[in-house]
Write a protein that binds this ligand. Sequence first.
Ligand SMILES: Nc1nc2c(c(=O)[nH]1)N[C@H]1C(S)=C(S)[C@@H](COP(=O)(O)O)O[C@H]1N2
Ligand SMILES: [Mo]
Length: 238
Amino acid sequence: MSEHTDGREPRLRPGGAPVGRAAFLGTVAVGLSSLVWGKAAWDRVSGVVSPVAGTLLPVLPTSGWRIYSIADTMPRFDPTTWRLRVDGLVAEPLELDYRKLRALPRVEQVSTFHCVTGWTVQNVHWAGVRIADVIEPAEPRSGARALRFVSAEHPYDDYLTLEQTTLPDVMLAYEMDGKPLSRGHGAPLRLIIPDMYGYKNVKWLERIELVRVDGSGYWENLGYDRDAWVGHSNGYST
Ligand SMILES: Nc1nc2c(c(=O)[nH]1)N[C@H]1C(S)=C(S)[C@@H](COP(=O)(O)O)O[C@H]1N2
Ligand SMILES: [Mo]
């Protein structure tokens, strides 16, 4: 089932093309309140594209994906029992069910997805929610400077600093290319941070733990960089 049969991501091909940070369009919210925020994302974009991702770019299925998992079976999503927990350094730990998740303000983006092993998928259309909208109701304590993203596929997890989560194109996605996330792509919710390599984009998210500092995620324990910036991180483990 797993493509990672050797227990690590294969080394990036020598000469594998690094890809710049301009390859995404930024996450834009649907609705008026997003305009200011959308513009910030917009300023980082090169080329002529729409500030509202869905309006110019049709939602077409993207191709070139490889489905990755580390366990023998992928978690199965049951909308009646699924919960996202927000806990750790918060005043009010909370649990979101799927209905509440879908009721949060919707944001969208079109971006390029990069696996550190060298494959990329362009023009992926993601829809979901902003991390701030999920964690703020839990009232993070001032000492919480990082987030641990825990997958229902144990023991997969990874971290972002609080600052990294405020990048305009970081989101939690429940739709890909106009359809609810498929099981293989992490149903019902995954982390999206297109500026970093795929291994930071935790699938089958079940918990966000607020912590003091970031730690070492699943692939980082096997040698990959914590700050997995596309084109600027080690890209291999030895
Ligand atoms: N839970 C979990 N999340 C994961 C992984 C995984 O094995 N398990 N693989 C990561 C890696 S290395 C990549 S490149 C992307 C691949 O996303 P896809 O499986 O939707 O193509 O998911 C990331 N998130
Ligand atoms: Mo990857």
